[in-house]
Structure formats: structure tokens, C-alpha cells
Design a protein around this ligand. Sequence first.
Ligand SMILES: Nc1ncnc2c1ncn2[C@@H]1O[C@H](COP(=O)(O)OP(=O)(O)OP(=O)(O)O)[C@@H](O)[C@H]1O
Length: 317
Amino acid sequence: MSGRMDELALAAPRLVVLDAGTVALDGPAEPLRRGASARLEALGLLPADSSAAAAGPGPSGGGPAGSAATAAAARGLPRTPAAPAPLLEARGLSYAFARGAESVLRDVRLTLYPGEWRLLCGDNGSGKTTLSRLLMGLLPPPKGTVFWQGRDTARRTLYFLASEIGYVFQQPEQQFVASTVWDELLYSPRAELRLRPQDPEPEELRQRAERMLAAIGLEGKTDESPYWLSGGEKRLLSAASVMICPKRLYILDEPTAGIDYGGVRLLTNLCREAVGQGAALIMITHEPELFEGEVVKRWRMTEGQLRDEELEEAKRR
Ligand SMILES: Nc1ncnc2c1ncn2[C@@H]1O[C@H](COP(=O)(O)OP(=O)(O)OP(=O)(O)O)[C@@H](O)[C@H]1O
């Protein structure tokens, strides 16, 4: 937040957020703040506490590296830069859709760190979407193969993983739930804030939504049905509707399919901003050349096996 005072009109009573990280309460708002601050913080509408800030923008507070650094600072010890802990790992992940069926994925190993942007490339049918769904928990990975912040995701609920990971589907229509562009964009943050239909959204959220609509060039179409949009506009809206909620990881399944060059630039801006704020990003694409100017690394999927192209290149040198 910049040097100004922002008011969060969460119906009544009101929260007044001062920029230097102070929260002032106007009237009998303590119960509201106690009840809603975690959700407001997760949406980036309140300054995060120090441990959460050290770990990046995601919703679940400080990771091991962040809390260790905070603890060291609290004890007056010099800060030593901690090695970043992986956000996501796959260790020997194989997968078949049915018992006895041929494996779609074979011994996939990967590591993803906070703030890392990966392109996942490969031929049609090579297993990219299947892998991304296993990573998100939309398909159940075998025990001991996928780890989120060091913990086996087989022990995590989809509800928890969805609070940490935003997934943009290959077909935008699979994702749309609202009857206008504006409501679509605000659907997830309103749900996370548990706002009732009659509750106005907080001013910060409204402003963020307006900024995102402008960023994807849809500011003039707030009242249109998402289904009336062009194919490229639908993709941009589905990406923005997920990326409006701060997450630790975003997975985008072929978001560039059918988008023109201008649309790709708008999408790239959204992704760059998310990564700049510390989120990791996995983008499935058949057009890696569109991201040549960005700080991205590539994984390549071939018949269910994953290769890290940068790692292989580094070994060759
Ligand atoms: N629900 C399913 N049941 C059985 N097989 C499936 C299912 N979903 C996908 N497959 C098969 O798994 C393989 C990998 O599919 P997947 O969709 O992961 O590939 P992809 O690399 O994402 O392809 P594309 O680039 O065409 O989107 C394909 O052979 C596909 O037919």
C-alpha cells in the first residue's frame, strides 16, 4: 500500500488501515478484525505479520526459512540468508488412470521454488495436464510422491491446496460461475472473505479488481456475460479471476491458446507481477517462444517423462 490511508468498508463497522503497517479500528470493530483479519491478510488487504511477510505473499504464513530468519532477528543474531525451501516437489511420480492401464506419467521428478516461473512444454498427450492436476490435488497422487512445502500432499485436503494454489483451466468455460465479467472476477475473493451477496466488497478489493480489469483490457465489459467474450478475452478473464487472489503458486493450463500477441503481453504482465510478488508459476504452453524475454525455465514432457531443459543444458556445458 502506498503512503495514504485506506478504508476497508466491510459493511459496518469499519477497519482503517494505515500504511506504515498499522491497523486502526474505527468503532466496535475488534470482533470483526479478530474474525476476519486472517482472510483479509490472505487477500493482501491487510499488512501481513512479519513471519508471513518473510515467507512471501501466500496465505498460510511463514515457511521454515522465513520463521528462522525472523527468530534470529528477534534474538539479535545476524541474519544469514537461508537457502530457499522448495515449495513443491515431485519424487518419482508415476500415474495410470486405471489399474493395469499404461502409465501416463513415469518417474517424474521436479522441484519448484517460490518466485520461480516454469514453462511446461511437450507434445499433445504427453501428460502435461495430468501432471498439473496431480500437483494441485485435482487428481490424487500416490502417497509419498508429491510434496507441498515438504509435506506429502496425499495428507492434505484439496480445500487446503486450493487455498495455496490457483489453477487456471484449459477451457475457460469450465471455470466460469458468474453471469457478469465483474462478478466472475470477484467471485473467489468474495467467497474467501465470506461476503454475503448483499455485502459490498472492501474498497481495496474493488480497486484491485478495477486495476486487473484494466490490465486485461476488459474495463468496458464489466456487465457482459463471460460467455459473450471472445476466446482470448475469456482466457484473460479466467486467468485474472484466479490471480486476483494471492496464492503461493499459480498453474495455468495453456493460457496462450487462441490469444493474439496483445493478449499474450497482457497475460505476461499478470504473470510477471505475480512472480515479482514471490509466487511461483507453472504455465503449460505449446508456445514457449512467446516468453523468451522473461525469466523462465522450461520443463519438457515426453511420453510421460519430464526433463529439466536448463539443468541438461548446464550439464552439457
Ligand atoms: N480421464 C482420463 N482417463 C484416461 N486417460 C486419460 C484421461 N485424461 C487424459 N488421459 C490420457 O492421458 C494422456 C495424457 O493426457 P494429458 O491431457 O495429460 O496430455 P497433455 O500433454 O496435457 O496434452 P495436450 O497438450 O493435448 O493438452 C493422454 O494419452 C490422454 O488420452
